[in-house]
Design a protein around this ligand. Structure first.
Ligand code: TRP
Length: 325
C-alpha cells in the first residue's frame, strides 16, 4: 500500500524512485495505490485545483505502467472507512509524539498561519490508509521513515489494547541502495519544489528537455587519463545510465578516461535520449487526461476494490473494540 500526494507534476526522480517500484510490485503483491487528496487538505485548503491535480497524478501513474486492472488505484476520499479508522486511531495517538514529528515541525515553521489539527494528526491519517488494508509493505522514500515508524507504533498500540488485527507495516524497496536521480545543476536531487530548471518533469516538452540538459554544468574536461570525475560530471553520467544505451555510455566513459571527451556532444546525446524516454510517457499522459470518462471508471473501480478490503478490516476493528451492540 502506498499513497501519492496530488501536488502537481511528477519528475524523473519520482519515476525512478517510486513509480518503478510500484510497477514491479503489481505483479508480485496485492497492491493498493491511493491518491492522498485528504492529506493535501492539511496544507492546501483551497480545493480549486484539486480535481485537476488528482486526475494528473492518476494519469501519470498509469502512463508509467501502473495497471488499474492489476492494482486498486483509488482516491483516498472515496474510501469513507479511512475517516472512521482515523477517528479511532486518534484516541491512541499522543499529542506529545505527534508534536515531535519532523514533518509537522517543518510545516509549522513554513506556515505558522495554518497550524491545524489535521496537520498534527497527518501521520495518524497515513496510518489509517495503510492498516485499513492490513498492509505489510509500504513502498516509500526515506523522507517517510518516521511516519512509518509512527504507523507501527499506532497499530501495535491498537493490537495491544484491542487484539491482534494488524501486521506491522514496513517501508519497502527493491533496491538496497535507493536510486538517486541527480539534478542538472550539479547539486542535490531532482525535486518538485526546489530547482525547477534542473529537474526534468514527465510533462516537459521536447525543447524544454533539450534546453534543461544543455544547461547542465560542465568544465574544460579532464587533463589526466583516468582521473576521478567531479560531482557535476558524475551526475551527467548518472543520468545517462538511466536512459542511454550501454554502448553510448561506454563511448563517453572511454572518451573521459582518454581526455578526449566533448561535453557538448555528450549533452546533446543525453538530451535526445531523455526526449526518447520522456516523450512517449508525456504523450500517453495527455491521451489519458483527454479521456475523463476513462479516469472516472478507473477511480470507481479502484474505490470498489479498496472499499471491499476496507470494509472487511473495519468489521474486525469494530468487533475487537467492542463496538458491536
Ligand atoms: N505522506 C506521504 C507522502 O508525503 C503520502 C501518503 C499518504 C502515504 N498516505 C500514505 C504514503 C500511506 C504511504 C502510505 O508522500
Amino acid at each position: 500500500m502506498s499513497g501519492i500526494r496530488p501536488t502537481g507534476f511528477l519528475h524523473l526522480g519520482n519515476y525512478f524512485g517510486a513509480i518503478q517500484n510500484y510497477v514491479k510490485m503489481q505483479d508480485e503483491f496485492e497492491c493498493y495505490f491511493m491518491v492522498a487528496d485528504l492529506h493535501s487538505l492539511t496544507t492546501h485548503p483551497d480545493t480549486s485545483e484539486l480535481k485537476t491535480n488528482v486526475y494528473r497524478v492518476l494519469a501519470e501513474n498509469i502512463a508509467c505502467g501502473l495497471d488499474p486492472d492489476k492494482v486498486a488505484l483509488y482516491c483516498q476520499s472515496h474510501v469513507y472507512e479511512t475517516a472512521e479508522l482515523y477517528l479511532y486511531l486518534n484516541m491512541l495517538a499522543y499529542i506529545g509524539e505527534l508534536e515531535k514529528t519532523v514533518t509537522f515541525k517543518d510545516k509549522v515553521r513554513l506556515h505558522p498561519e495554518n497550524i491545524n489539527a489535521g496537520l498534527l494528526t497527518y501521520p495518524v491519517l497515513q496510518t489509517a490508509d495503510i492498516i485499513l488494508h492490513r498492509a505489510s509493505y509500504v513502498p516509500v522514500g526515506k523522507d517517510q521513515e518516521q511516519h512509518l515508524e509512527m504507523a507501527r507504533n499506532f497499530s501495535n498500540r491498537f493490537n495491544f489494547r484491542y487484539g491482534e488485527i494488524f501486521p506491522e507495516p514496513h517501508a519497502f524497496n527493491y533496491n538496497q541502495v535507493l536510486v538517486k536521480v541527480p539534478s542538472l545543476d550539479g547539486s542535490g536531487k531532482m525535486s518538485k519544489s526546489e530547482n525547477q530548471l534542473a529537474t526534468l518533469f514527465l510533462a516537459d516538452e521536447d525543447d524544454l528537455i533539450r534546453k534543461k540538459v544543455m544547461k547542465a554544468k560542465t568544465d574544460n574536461g579532464p587533463t589526466e587519463n583516468n582521473s576521478d570525475k567531479p560531482d557535476y560530471i558524475e551526475n551527467i553520467f548518472g543520468l545517462m545510465r538511466l536512459v542511454s544505451s550501454e554502448d553510448v555510455i561506454a563511448k563517453f566513459e572511454h572518451d573521459y578516461n582518454h581526455c578526449v571527451i566533448r561535453y557538448g556532444d555528450m549533452k546533446k546525446q543525453l538530451a535526445e535520449d531523455m526526449v526518447s524516454f520522456i516523450s512517449p510517457i508525456r504523450n500517453k499522459v495527455n491521451d489519458i487526461l483527454n479521456d475523463e470518462a476513462y479516469l472516472k471508471r478507473v477511480m470507481q473501480q479502484g474505490a470498489e476494490k479498496a472499499r471491499k478490503s476496507a470494509k472487511a478490516t473495519m468489521e474486525l476493528v469494530r468487533e475487537a473494540m467492542g463496538l458491536h451492540y
